[in-house]
Ligand binder design. Structure first.
Ligand SMILES: Nc1ncnc2c1ncn2[C@@H]1O[C@H](COP(=O)(O)OP(=O)(O)O)[C@@H](O)[C@H]1O
Ligand SMILES: [Mg+2]
Length: 281
């Protein structure tokens, strides 16, 4: 699904009569693939995801879904029917007494039959490394923090949203759950979903993002191929962002006189880049 943001602006009451500009003239075209969204705390990432999801109305500009205004009529219905938003603290959104009901809720609400909903819920939980049989009757509130986070992600994945929005989904996950989450993001995009993932984690974005958008004080300050931007340690730093570990290591190796070929983003790519650099010298 194609989402077009045209000149989105939104300001909040900041106290003492001040207005805080959370978003300022943001224009983006999103269509398939994984778009990473980076920016310091308070730069507007969450607000932007909520505007895209239709949860928050902007006070300037508009959002189009497949060319239709997403704030009303057919556009609003298309958006509501296909958006899945994983909130920054998703476990706060639980409202069902059991895990099974929590994860099937969105499916049943979309008219999926009970048996099929259970099958899809089991699959989505399985993707996140959890078992519906083992946890289905438990209260989501009785789970560990990491399990809660994974249940919340699974309940969004289960609906197979055409527009998948994730707000710092890997924060606080252990390495296995983090990898499962990233794999699910990749799989959703491979199936044709348009994905936007806000994250501070350059390593996670290096693993999944095709494109990277950076926000500073509500404005888009970088927008380009994720590989190119994430692999440029100096550019990332200039924008107040932490580069991927491999990009930092490559920069340090170069300063130490070691030839590193290309712009590696992962540990394996870095090892290969050093090996290629040695072959050259
Ligand atoms: N409901 C709100 N009321 C007042 N100010 C808000 C509200 N939501 C966000 N803001 C402000 O908008 C700015 C952007 O916030 P947010 O979108 O949460 O940034 P990020 O997700 O990048 O940390 C911040 O200055 C924040 O304080
Ligand atoms: Mg946020």
């Amino acid at each position: 699904m194609r989402v077009t943001l045209e000149g989105i602006g939104l300001s909040f009451e900041g106290g003492a009569g001040e207005r805080v500009r959370a978003l300022d003239d943001v224009s983006l075209e999103l269509s398939g693939g994984v778009c990473g969204l980076m920016g310091q705390t308070g730069s507007g990432k969450t607000t932007l995801l909520e505007v895209i999801a239709g949860v928050t109305a902007p006070d300037a500009g508009r959002v189009l879904v497949d060319g239709e205004d997403a704030s009303r009529g057919a556009g609003a219905r298309a958006l509501a029917g296909s958006v899945g938003l994983v909130f920054q603290i998703p476990e706060r959104q639980f409202f069902e007494p059991t895990v099974a009901e929590e994860v099937t809720f969105g499916l049943l609400a979309r008219g999926v039959a009970a048996e099929e909903a259970r099958r899809r819920a089991a699959h989505a939980l399985g993707v996140m490394g959890l078992s519906l049989d083992a946890l289905g009757r438990r209260s989501p509130f009785a789970l560990s923090g990491g399990q809660q986070r994974r249940v919340a992600i699974a309940s969004v994945l289960a609906t197979r949203p055409g527009l998948l929005l994730l707000d710092e989904p890997t924060a606080g996950l252990d390495p296995r759950a983090r990898d499962a989450c990233l794999e699910a993001v990749r799989a959703a995009a491979a199936e044709g979903a348009t994905v936007v993932m806000a994250s501070h984690d350059a390593n996670a974005l290096a693993a999944v993002a095709d494109r990277l958008v950076c926000l500073e004080a509500g404005r888009v300050t970088l927008d380009g191929p994720a590989r190119e931007l994430l692999g440029d340690a100096r550019l990332m730093r200039d924008h107040g962002l932490e580069p991927a570990c491999a990009a930092r290591a490559a920069a340090a190796l170069r300063r130490a006189g070691v030839a590193v070929d290309g712009a590696p983003l992962t540990a394996v790519e870095l090892a290969r880049a050093v090996a290629r650099g040695r072959g050259r010298s």
